[in-house]
Design a protein around this ligand. Sequence first.
Ligand code: 3HC
Length: 702
Amino acid sequence: MALVHTEDRDGVRIITLDNPPVNSLSFALSGEFYPIVEAASADESIRAVVIKGANRQFSAGADINDFATEPTPETKTVRDVIAAIERSDKIFVAAIEKNALGGGLELALACDYRVATADTKLGLPEIKLGLLPGAGGTQRLPRAIGAQDALDMMLKGRNVKSDEATAKGLLDEVVDSPEHLLDAALKIANAAPLGKRRISQRRVELGKGISAQAAAFVVSQAHKMVPAEDAGGLAAHKLIDAVEASVELPFAYGLAREARLFEELARSAPSFALRHVFFAERELSKIPGLPAAEPLPIAKAAVIGAGTMGTGIAITFAQAGIPVVVIDSNDAAVEKAKQTVFGMFMYQVQKGRMTQEEAWKLGQSIQFTEEYGELADADVVVEAVFESMDVKKEVFAKVDAIAKPSCVLASNTSTLDIDAMASVTKRPERFLGLHFFVPANIMPLLEIVRGKATSPQTLATAFKLGKTLRKTAVLSTNAFGFIGNRMVFDYAKAAGELAEWGVSPMRVDKVAKKFGFPMGPFAMGDLSGIDVAWHIAKARPDVARGKTNVIDRLVEMKRLGQKTMAGYFKYDKSVGKGREPIADPEVEALFAEEAMKAGIAPRTVDDREILERLAFALINRGAFLLEEGVALRPGDIDIVYVYGYGFPPHHGGPMWYADEVGVKHVYERVVAFGWEPAPLLKALAEKNGTFANYKQGELIHA
Ligand code: 3HC
């Protein structure tokens, strides 16, 4: 099947890109596209060319899979196609629908005119893949919209909709419906009011109020605003260099600089890691062996419990356009929840993200009640009450009796047994876990927990719901702590062990932050609550308890974390609004005292070992979870950690990082640390294997 089609209409050649699903500009497509452009340019019967996409969209850019392939001298890329357009004397018009991203927008920018449908997204999101736009984007976008605006758009990887793109001067015309797109493009092609209009021939405007003299300052400031090269900022620095070249160098030289920087990035470890994250995310909902099932429609939701979690979940539903009823009989909790909802939507209004009316409407779509009867017509019920099996069972027995038969019941528990809860209902096949992360309306991760009896249709419904709620959903089996928390217990224990040897919590956190985590393990413990960790450690000491009684002592001292302004650290309202950890010698002394009681001698540990202990604790547990089938794929674990726990995406997630540093090395260190190595880690190390090449079920019990 051809990837590019052509059709001539009265001297206009229409070129259609047809590479489903997103018309990626792969090497293969460019191989067909390039000679078509050359032929059109040489054809005297052709006055103009319209480029459009099949599959109801223009193009999502270069094929990300191609970056791992070495092109041969014969390979054509989108860069070659664009160069051919640039050389041509014909008029080129881009007819853009739905997506013009990355190389897709770069292709459109090489055309003389651009017309788009109203719902089109345009952007250069390459930075999210650890790349920079490598087909002229860093040179043409500054010429089209000004250097500062272009830099901002590319550094954030921000897409703009057609209206904003028009205001920026990126589009010549917007049509109200896809049916009118081709006609509008043909009209421009035939009339070409301004003749050829190569963006490459424009001068770069710097931006409002920036003089040429100030440009160097703007560039040096930009370098300071982005993370260091070794802390996830490599692509950002190169991108700034490329935009600087657009300002300082003639177009052709800027283009050559861009190409060189792009090739460097395409081979860089952070870009490989980010591309892994991109594809791992798209694998998540593909469940091997799961029969296809039609998801059930979700038009109304109910949340049981108006605490922090329940409120966050209710806001999430409302923001996704699903009306929700929150059931709670505690007046004080409901009052607080109402204030949270109100505050949240008002904040959005203040930020200009929605109007007063929209906020009011959203607020109205969350109803509070104490009547369970109100959930009778809900399509999904999410329980978010106190973490007690007895309480949850009682709630579900009640819910099951009232909810309609097709209603899906979900628990937001973070550790309790989903099957035990399902057993009190008459619909275990419609039961599962939906584990949101705090704050539920902000955190992008959702763990979908599959019980023994959860049906394929219920799972399909949960994945669809995850998408509607704009969450990244990962499947876990019903195991203690599921994927994320099960691993975080090992991570927290590793951190605790370091502190017991006399490494200060602040130093441990600093090492984690230097690696790229937004906060270290102790600050994270303070944020989620020492009492929460203490309850879990009490329930499952085998899994979640360290070697000393530090946690019990902290709870006794009412040092419960940020909420009590003291935990592993101190907090002060005047320092970082009470959220900035302040080292507390009292806690360091407590660790020393409890370590002595437990017979643990102090020792010195270097930063490398600190990082290895934290990261390898995650990897080792991840390997256990893979082998036990709790997580389906190494990539699923990576996504849980990147989206739920702030693992630096430029390291790809813990399992990807294991490959980066070498599985064998990880295994040897795990053994040297005296931890029980996962059999899968050992087996992979012995075979010099990688997690990237691991397939589900392989090497199990090797
Ligand atoms: N290359 C290869 N595959 C791509 C792709 C791309 N650029 N964009 C999307 N896909 C694939 C996805 O992997 C997925 O495959 P699957 O069905 O086998 O899982 C399929 O297309 C559909 O993608 P989504 O599931 O993400 O579909 P959505 O409708 O939710 O989103 C999208 C569509 C907004 C286009 C989103 O896929 C996206 O953001 N894509 C990436 C865009 C991008 O980063 N472009 C820049 C590429 S790099 C570049 O152009 C370099 C140039 O400067 C030289």
